[in-house]
Design a protein around this ligand. Sequence first.
Ligand SMILES: [Zn+2]
Length: 262
Amino acid sequence: MKTTYLIGFTIISLTAYKFCDGTYKLKTREDGVLQIEEKSEVPHVIVTKGKRSVSLVKGHRAALPADEMKPAYRLTGTCSNVIIREWNTKFGTDRTEEAKDIIQKTCEVAKEKYLPFVESKGYYIHNRTPVYTVYVSLLPWDKNRGGRAYRGLNDTTWRFFDRSSYCDSAGRRCKEGETPLDLSGLSDRDEGWLYVLNEIIPESWRVPFVPSWQAIFVHEMFHHMNWRSGVFHRYPRSSMMEKNALDEKNAREFIEYCGYRE
Ligand SMILES: [Zn+2]
C-alpha cells in the first residue's frame, strides 16, 4: 500500500542505525516539502534536497550519534547512575550550571524520597540497592516549540512512532483520527532511558504553559526506580495493564510526596 506523509522541518544528517525499522523513500516536492513516497527495503531514509543528502531514522528512541551531547553529563553522589546523554537546547534551557544544579537536586530528592514512599505504601521491596543506569534525553516537547519536529519528544512520526497515544490527561487512548496530547515526559524502562522536556527553567512568558520540570523528572524517575527495585513486579495486580495503571497512579502521587506540583 502506498503511504504518504508530509514533513516540513529542518533535517539533520544521520547514519543508518541497525535497530530502526523505518523503510521509506522520500522525494522533494516542487514547493520544497519532503514527501514520503513508498516503503523500500532500507532501514533508514535517504533524502536528496538540492545538493544535500540526508537520512531519517524511524523507530529508534534512544539518542543517535548525531543527537548525543559530547561529552555526556553524569550526575554525582546518589545520582551518579544518571547520565544526561542528550540535551537539545532548541526552545529549551541552555546547558548552564544553574540548570545542571536543578537536575542534580531534583534527582537527589527523587532518590531520597523513593524508599520512604514505597514503604509508606506497604509494598515489598525486592532490591533496596539495585545497580542500574538511567540515560536521559532532554527534548523540545510543545508542538509550537519544536516538540513534533524530527527527534522531538512528540515526534510520533519517526522517533516515537510506536508509543501509546493518549487523548486526555486521565490516560484515555486516542480513537482513530484524534490528535494525541503532547507528552512532557516518557520513560522506557527496558532501554533504561528517560525522555523529558528540555524546559528546565521556563522563561517567564511561557510559565503558564510549561509543566514543572521537577515534577516531570521525579515522576519519570519513579517508574525507573520502581522497576529496578522490583516493586513493580510484585504489585498485587495480575495483568501488565493493571500494573502499569497502578504505577502511573503511584508516580503521580510521588510528585507530591517529593514536594512538587504538576
Ligand atoms: Zn508516568
